[in-house]
Ligand binder design. Structure first.
Ligand SMILES: Nc1ncnc2c1ncn2[C@@H]1O[C@H](COP(=O)(O)OP(=O)(O)OP(=O)(O)O)[C@@H](O)[C@H]1O
Length: 268
């Protein structure tokens, strides 16, 4: 395996059975993700971004084609592929520490002692700046903090691949910007491979090595892949006027709003 093919998606199709018959969500998806690469999936609502992410996560199986991670077929969820969802899905009756510790135990309990598991949990919370809130429950912290716990939980498993489904979608613009910057710093440190679903063009350009643009569904496929050749670390303020940034942003907007202009179906 070359590092350029860490995740391999080959000829993938996804159909769903519905009461009205078979629904073709995705077709002819071919994509290779390199180790350490940051990929965003962008496209109009309902085009199949989450479907594709779920396939990589192993939460569903393709109706055609194959997905591989590190040369092994993806046959189900695995600790080397951690998922962060938009609604953070924390257990409300457990503290932040306990929510992260559960994931740590699941992956490392067989090989590590209690002190090591505890240290891992504390390190993950520290990485996202949540040491002080460790004993709080999800109901006692803000949306941005909850999302940080979700990220800490995913990172605590030391995944090779971080899969994120609109992780910042529900946050206000300032919190979102802060978490994007934190994510960039964390990924620079952990060198994780990231596949992230987003609706946000600026987020895609700021974070990505490549932006994968999906055509409208049904039968959505990859319309275009844009390489974002901006050096890292990236600074959002300096980037705003960088010609490469401006050009990439325009290319994505052009794809989404000119070539894939979304025709809203009239409500039935
Ligand atoms: N389990 C399922 N059964 C039937 N249809 C499904 C199922 N899951 C997804 N779909 C359909 O597949 C298409 C793609 O859905 P998906 O959630 O992947 O889109 P998306 O791009 O992530 O959308 P959004 O941006 O709104 O979250 C949609 O038309 C959706 O209705």
């Amino acid at each position: 395996m070359s590092d350029g093919k860490y995740i391999q998606i080959e000829g993938v199709e996804q159909r769903f059975k519905t009461p009205k018959g078979s629904f073709l969500a995705l077709r002819d998806i071919d994509l290779h993700v390199a180790k350490g690469e940051f990929i965003t999936l962008i496209g109009h609502s309902g085009c199949g971004k989450s479907t594709l992410l779920n396939l990589i996560a192993g939460l569903s199986a393709p109706t055609q084609g194959a997905l591989l991670c590190a040369n092994r077929e993806i046959k189900g969820p695995g600790p080397e592929r951690a998922v962060v969802f938009q609604n953070h899905s924390l257990l409300p009756w457990l503290s932040c520490f306990e929510n992260v510790h559960l994931a740590v135990e699941r992956v490392f309990a067989a090989t590590e002692n209690k002190a090591q598991l505890r240290a891992r949990t504390e390190a993950a919370l520290a990485l996202v700046g949540l040491t002080a809130a460790a004993q709080k429950r999800p109901g006692e912290i803000s949306g941005g903090m909850k999302q940080r716990v979700g990220i800490a939980r995913a990172l605590s498993m030391e995944p090779k691949v971080l899969l994120m489904d609109e992780p910042f979608g529900a946050l206000d613009a300032l919190t979102r910007a802060k978490l994007q910057d934190e994510l960039l710093a964390i990924v620079a440190k952990t060198r994780s491979t990231v596949v992230m679903v987003t609706h946000d063009v600026d987020e895609a350009v700021l974070l990505s090595d490549r932006i994968v643009m999906l055509t409208n569904g049904p039968a959505a496929t990859i319309g275009e892949v844009l390489a974002v050749d901006l050096p890292r670390p990236r600074d959002r303020v300096a980037l705003a006027e960088d010609p490469v940034y401006v050009h990439a942003r325009k290319a994505v907007i052009d794809f989404l709003y000119t070539r894939q202009a979304h025709v809203e179906k009239a409500a039935a």
